[in-house]
Design a protein around this ligand. Structure first.
Ligand code: KG4
Ligand code: ZN
Length: 362
């Protein structure tokens, strides 16, 4: 256990954002001293999805300057750092290797400890960047590669309660945007288009809602969106209606399952907190819906500010700082991992078979 302040440089390169940040953790309170993110959305726009080789190269090209910016702005210098943290998985392996090897090189050159962070742990701890959120809490982690309920008992102590059995929710947003020909990142594009649409005008299924348990499914919803998009003419209004109806279907699924998860967690602890994190947690309609559900169940609702929902390095630096404080660090030969479940025990007992493009991240 480390006493006093812990100041960590964090590096994130698991998908299509290159990011570096410096976070100081003192008396359980996190302070983001600097953070920089470079999105690659434009690099991949031509191809309709993230191209792993392009992503890896873009990370390599941008990392040095982002790290320089983040360390200079933090104003602590190399000597002011306690350690270096980088995402070591799960994610697109070329990108993860780019960030992790950079972190290893800095750790070696500066004689600092390395922390190999699980990207999902970064999302799981992200609410603690902005406010005090004590353990344990119920986490709904919804991103482009993942959709799961996790009981977060402490740093490094995660119990998966349920998960998507096929696509992640963010992936469904991305596919919907692609099917409708919307430009830009999928989630925000669908959210924008939905503003002028009427929810419920397009009938879409809510898969698995009729079944008990906390597992979820989004692939049937995606197929239904494809069918709706094929009905011509696909006017701008119809497109907006599909987006609004799709968004409502996702919110319904996540709200009903969250209600069930809260009932389960109320039996495990007196601390009633629901946290939603990950890229899809940036969705305003979804946040409002889950907040109402939490209130109804007498749970405190926490969602990180938008910039810490989508991929960022502050959450990786925080996870690194929390781990260092507890005395954990990793050897310099730690490998990058394409797959790395947060809860290895549940993942082994009940594997989740992802068929989607980012299924490998599960
Ligand atoms: O956490 P994240 O940045 O990366 C992963 O770890 O996967 O999540 C990215 C996902 C993408 O699928 C993106 O479309 C979705 O989050 N997303 C959103 C919104 N902003 C990002 N989905 C719905 N509404 C949004 N506003
Ligand atoms: Zn992420």
């Amino acid at each position: 256990m480390m006493q006093g302040a812990v100041t960590v440089l964090g590096i994130e390169t698991s998908c299509d954002e290159t990011a570096a940040a410096v976070v100081r953790l003192e008396n359980g309170r996190a302070e983001v001293l600097s953070e920089h993110v470079a999105s690659q959305t434009e690099d991949h726009a031509l191809y309709g999805g993230v191209v792993p080789e392009i992503a890896a190269r873009a990370h390599v090209e941008r990392l040095d300057s982002l790290i320089r910016l983040a360390t200079e702005e933090a104003g602590v210098g190399w000597v002011g750092l306690t350690g270096i943290a980088a995402t070591a998985g799960p994610g697109l392996i070329g990108g993860v290797m780019a960030g992790l090897s950079t972190a290893k090189a800095i750790a070696l050159a500066r004689g600092l400890p390395l922390v190999a962070v699980n990207h999902l742990e970064g999302h799981a701890l992200s609410p603690r960047l902005a406010e005090e959120v004590s353990f344990p809490y119920l986490l709904l982690l919804v991103s482009g590669g993942h959709c799961q309920f996790v009981f977060v008992e402490g740093v490094g102590r995660y119990r998966r309660l349920g998960s998507t059995i096929d696509d992640a929710a963010g992936e469904a947003f991305d596919k919907t945007a692609k099917l409708l020909g919307l430009a830009g990142q999928g989630g925000p594009a669908v959210e924008r288009a939905a503003l002028t649409g009427a929810a419920g005008t397009v009938a879409l299924p809510r898969p698995l809602l009729d079944r008990p348990g906390l597992d979820m499914s989004f692939s049937g919803l995606k197929t239904a969106v494809r069918r709706a998009a094929e009905e011509l003419p696909l006017t701008a209004q119809r497109c907006a209606d599909i987006c609004a109806s799709f968004q409502e279907a996702v919110a319904d699924i996540l709200a009903v399952k969250s209600a069930r998860a809260m009932e389960l967690v109320a039996g495990l602890t007196d601390r009633r907190t629901l946290v939603v994190a990950g890229g899809v947690a940036a969705n305003k309609g979804l946040r409002a819906r889950l907040e109402a559900e939490a209130r109804h169940h007498d749970f405190r609702f926490v969602a990180p500010p938008l910039r810490w929902c989508t991929d960022n390095a502050a959450m990786i630096a925080l996870a690194g700082a929390e781990r260092l404080r507890l005395g954990y660090s990793d050897p310099l030969d730690t490998p990058a991992r394409a797959r790395w479940p947060l809860d290895e025990a549940s993942a082994t007992a009940t594997p989740v078979y992802g068929a989607g493009k980012k299924g490998a991240k599960a």
